[in-house]
Design a protein around this ligand. Sequence first.
Ligand SMILES: [Zn+2]
Length: 264
Amino acid sequence: MKRQQRRPPSNKPRKLSDLTVSEITAHLTSKITRNATPNCVSAWKQRLGPNIPFSKIFASFGTPLSDPSEERQWRKLVHRAIFVRGRNPNAPDQNCRLCRTHKESQLHLFQCMHTLPLWRQCLKFTQQILGAPQPFKLEHAVILGMRTPTVLLPEVARAFLRHAFQHFYHDFANVDVKEGTFTWQYVYRNALLSFRDALLRYGRKVRVLHSHRTFTSLTDGAPQEAKDRFSMCMDCDEVHGAVIKKELSDEIEKADAAAKATTN
Ligand SMILES: [Zn+2]
């Protein structure tokens, strides 16, 4: 006799033993979260405006130039899970660890006199080197990747800002954890360096894609679209991978010199 199929063609579970752990978890979680708006959505809307399109923002997680580890701190920020002193009612001091005058909140990280030069420089870079348009508000651009209240910034600018927040949070946390010093020029330099690494990684992927296709009968080489995707800051081809454009290399050199000058 033919063995009975474990699941019908619709793939719906037919008996209890068909259920997997993830299906049971998804079912139980849906009972709790059904129709519920995540707290981060209502909290950011309260602070930044009611019409923020969070479905677009959540769908924008992950770009070819920023992987989950590079976006880790930024994703926590969107979920309002960044640790700041103001979140702990029992903390002996809730004031900002940098300016020591305002309450340290997640929004204050973008309004503090010690961090504003960093975010302004980052946005200037996205406009001058990456060709992004000027966003309508600094907080919306860095926290949510928004250019207008409803439109996202270009992908390349969003990726860079996520690298920048990753490095910002590392140095900011170290002020409390390791009694480190916060120098925004170093954060900017380090963000540029990890962004450059991401461009080179992308270039290597294009080269590998090209080799795979060349040695099969699929098509000839990597699509031109993939090679041109980040043409504002690199030349990309199947022979060299990514070659960083002079404007970006010069900016890295300038940022490195400016960072080193702060310690002289
Ligand atoms: Zn402050």
